[in-house]
Each structure stands twice: as C-alpha cells, then as structure tokens.
Design a protein around this ligand. Structure first.
Ligand code: PGA
Length: 253
C-alpha cells in the first residue's frame, strides 16, 4: 500500500515563534480529528526543524522535512546546509527540485541528481518535484518535459533506492496562482509518471511510490484530486500556513 501524504511547504514563511505555534495547533487538531492513516509532514525553514522534530518525535505519522540541501558533506559553501546537518535536527524528508529553486536559484538537473543521492545516503526521503511552466503546457510538450525531469534526476537510482523517493507533480502555472490543475490533468500526469517508473524499473516498484499533487491545492478541491487512482496526496504551499486548512487537507482522503 502506498503512503498517503500531506506535506506542507512553508517556503520562506513564519518566524520561529509563529512556526512552532502553527505546528502545536496542527498537532492538537489532528489529534482531535483522529487523523492516523495519513502522514503529515511539515517542510519548514531550517530554523524550525530541531524544535518541530522534538514536538513530533513521539507521533509516528507526523514528520518534518527541509526544503533544500547541499550535496556535499561539508565545506566552504557559505549559506548552504548539508544532509547530515538536516538529519541531525531530526528531519526525515527534504524537498528537492521545487520549481522556485529551479527558477530563482538556477538549480540544474546535475545538481538535483547529486542532491537526491546525498539525501538518500543520509536516510532523508527526497520529495522530488517536477512540473511544467505555462508555456510548455500551452505548447503541449509537458509530457516530454516531465519525463525528462524524472529520467535525468532519478534514474541513476537503483530499484531499492527509487522506492525511498516521494515524487510531487507541481505544474508551475498552478503554484500560488489559485489555478488548480483539473482532476483529469492531475491524474493524467500522475499516471504518466507512474508508467515512466514502471517502464524503467517495474510495475511493483512504480506502484509503491507515492506521487503527490501540488499547486493551489486547498480543502475545496482536495477531495476530488485525492480520489484519483494515482494521486497519493499533496504538497501544499499557501494552505499549509493555516491550521484549519492544512488539517482539513489531511482529512480529505
Ligand atoms: P501552493 O504551493 O499550494 O501555494 O500553490 C505549492 C508548492 O509550491 O509546493
């Protein structure tokens, strides 16, 4: 059975105090709502990781993650953070290849390949993001681009390693825009990603990998999206910053 996941990507939001309060309130509400079958992940700025990992330590289905990492173990890379540093804070996940990092920080697939390898080496689960910008969707070449993003940054992994990766399909035109992909568009791309994995690895391997949808996912559209056979949850930006919305999303399966 594939894991059902709701991962909140806080991006550059929340001060230390605000972040801790948000998590404490989410934990309380998740408990009240008796959410147990869905894994809830807080992908926070680095400053929150240690404290939030402590808060979620005893809760099996709630975890923390970072939003980026460097591929080197250590060294003269001012402003960067290594996987072992992230791991030492208690995090279990790291978002890699988010479109904002590709776009504003020029992350390349060569770098992403190295980041994926480094994360897995340190027992951090990569939440690997792929997705097409609007012009690619309009040119109808999105399938090719997503196939390329998956192949170039993930196919160096062997079968055992790829099963440790979570994939997030996030059409760039839907991120933070209020414009969600239709359920048909999401399902089509998720099925394509799974087929691509099955083709390179095998059916069982592809079936075991969780593929999340991201891009203006909110309580009003989540149920329909998550009901699709290849959509295993969501990577959530804006709606992860509010307790009720985020927990309502975890309650949308
Ligand atoms: P959004 O962001 O939910 O605010 O569209 C999603 C993401 O960037 O992961």
């Amino acid at each position: 059975m594939r894991k059902k996941i709701i991962a909140g990507n806080w991006k550059m939001h929340k001060t230390y105090k605000e972040g801790i309060a948000l998590v404490e309130d989410c934990i309380k509400l998740a408990e009240k709502e008796k959410i147990k079958e869905v894994e809830i992940i807080f992908c926070t700025p680095f400053i929150h990781l240690r404290k939030i990992s402590k808060l979620t330590d005893n809760i099996k289905h709630i975890n923390t993650g970072a939003q980026n990492c460097h591929w080197e173990e250590q060294g003269a890379f001012t402003g960067e953070i290594s996987c072992s540093m992230i791991k030492s804070c208690g995090a279990a996940y790291v978002i890699l290849g988010h479109s904002e990092r590709r776009q504003y920080f020029n992350e390349t697939h060569e770098q992403l390949t190295k980041k994926v390898t480094a994360a897995l080496k340190h027992d951090l689960t990569p939440i690997f993001c792929c997705g097409e910008p609007l012009e690619i969707r309009e040119a109808n070449t999105h399938i090719e681009l997503i196939g390329k993003q998956i192949r170039e940054s993930l196919f160096h992994l062997d079968k055992e390693m790829i099963t440790k990766v979570v994939i997030a399909y996030e059409p760039v035109w839907a991120i933070g825009t209020g414009k969600t992909a239709t359920t048909e568009q999401a399902q089509e791309m998720h099925a394509f990603i799974r087929k691509t994995l099955a083709h390179h690895y095998d059916f069982e391997t592809a079936e075991s990998i969780s593929i999340l949808y991201g891009g203006s996912c909110k309580p009003s559209n989540a149920k329909e999206l998550f009901s699709q056979p290849d959509v295993d949850g969501g990577l959530i930006g804006g709606a992860a910053l509010q307790v009720e919305d985020f927990i309502a999303l975890a309650n949308s399966f």
